[in-house]
Design a protein around this ligand. Structure first.
Ligand SMILES: [Zn+2]
Ligand SMILES: [Zn+2]
Length: 123
């Protein structure tokens, strides 16, 4: 899905990437094709939970629509039980126990922590 590629590309701050997706989604009549899934959803949802404000209504709607599209709370619960490897040390964790660097979009465990060279935060 093209929206996933936008999120997983790391050339711009994640806030800008998500903002672009929300704009396109609204402009194209809120089509399901523009929602995010998989790792891209994980990144968007975790980031959104940390940064949500009352002003970002369209973004909240985009996230809610994507959440429904991956299967709502059951889909989210299943995603949290998936496993991913920290791309620094190689240790494997469930997604609920590992972070994702929004700068380079690589998983990183909480022991390894943030990448010194990345502008993104760990979500
Ligand atoms: Zn690690
Ligand atoms: Zn990074």
């Amino acid at each position: 899905m093209e929206s996933n590629q936008v999120v997983l590309g790391s050339a711009r701050p994640i806030e800008e990437r998500i903002g672009q997706l929300v704009e396109v989604w609204i402009r194209d009549g809120r089509g399901r094709d523009h929602l995010v899934t998989g790792k891209a959803f994980y990144a968007v949802y975790c980031w959104h939970l940390r940064h949500r404000t009352d002003r970002e209504i369209a973004r909240a709607e985009f996230v809610a629509a994507s959440y429904d599209a991956i299967g709502g709370s059951a889909g989210w619960g299943a995603m949290l039980r998936e496993r991913a490897a920290c791309e620094s040390c190689g240790d494997r964790y469930r997604l609920e126990n590992i972070g994702l660097c929004t700068g380079c979009m690589r998983y990183t465990c909480y022991t390894c922590g943030a990448h010194g060279s990345c502008l993104g935060e760990i979500v």
